[in-house]
Write a protein that binds this ligand. Sequence first.
Ligand code: AMP
Ligand code: GLY
Length: 425
Amino acid sequence: MNVLVIGAGGREHALTWKIKQSSKCNDLYVAPGNAGTAAIASNLNIGVNDFELLGQAVIEKKIDLVIVGPEEPLVRGIRNYFASHDQLRGVLMVGPDQVGAQLEGSKDFSKDFMVRNGVPTAGSLTVSKDNLVEGIEFLKKVEAPYVLKADGLAAGKGVIITSDINEAESTLKEMLDGQFGAASQKVLIEEYLHGIELSVFVLTDGKSYMTLPEAKDYKRIGEGDTGPNTGGMGAVSPVAFADDAFMARVDEKVIQPTVRGLQSDGIDFIGFLFIGLMNVDGEPVVIEYNVRMGDPETEVVLPRISSDFLSHLAAAAKRELGEETLQIVDETATTVVAVAEGYPGSYEKGRVMTGLDQHFEGVVFHAGTKLEGQDTVTNGGRVLASTGMGPDIQTALNQSYANLKSIDWPGINFRKDIGQDLLNL
Ligand code: AMP
Ligand code: GLY
């Protein structure tokens, strides 16, 4: 089977790495990829939203299966584009259509979906300029802290949490005035959930589903969870508090009603559902859906899967997922993300990296990297994700950090405390 992975991050390197292990994999392409994917597959220099060129490449390279990594091409309708073309219609794809992608692309749409289908979620009100007065009344009714969410995609920056009611009011007005452009024409005011956060991953063909290993993500730039939010600075899988009893609650209360809801709403969903949820006193409450895998969670989820992941992906795309059996390794995986100086603020690209061509324990996944002549240089904010694995979290962390000791570039930065909160649980 010839496969194309769309995307350029650590998630896509991990997907490519896992797919390559399958005996069913023939030619493997990544668009646009990074220096890490170039070493194990063929990179195609095509952007993730350039549907026309992606479609041409799929025809030319005789690609059978397309895996869409990031959300943007899904929200822009890459599946619909393929479905509308005679030569592309038969190509298998993992990734939902434009309606399904609204589960991530519009927080108002996904909230409505959850409420309608009985999926537990925080109480909320959607506010636009037309009902601003009602919005301000709602803020006064709910308890601090106040959670304000831009309805649309805002590059991970669209959620603002404050304990100050005056700041909440002024932020609400600023958001509606276009702080995040069209993405904040509507804003959700949401009740604050107190609990521990967990990322749950489901692969579904719209009828059957497979629950992949869960993970915890470290979102803030600074140690001790301080400073601004990032795309993710590290991840761990499994997560101690997500024991069998809790995951059974997640299955019954969240995953089953979600998949039933897709069917009853007539949403034809083939792809990943990444469910961000809070464990509130032992009960799962959904914070958000994403319609793709998480990054850097993928870098700890996939190394724990021992069954043929390409086979699962192809079966999902053919709506035959019910025939597949997932196998998980009973080990812990950790990943530590090394970032550019200045990230998540402004940062420079093009810094020459050293220490990459040696033997690593675990896997060093590339995120923002590219080849420049003989050199590998930084090409993004999150540059590498160093994944370690072992019988316990400490062994895995030792590998993740040992790899980073010998890698360098000017301004390299990473958190030293990934997984520390889970060590003694
Ligand atoms: P999101 O972009 O929806 O993932 O939100 C970003 C982060 O804000 C989440 O990962 C949570 O840590 C936090 N968050 C979002 N909604 C809530 C909520 N209702 N209560 C508490 N924390 C929240
Ligand atoms: N790590 C969080 C995300 O991928 O959205």
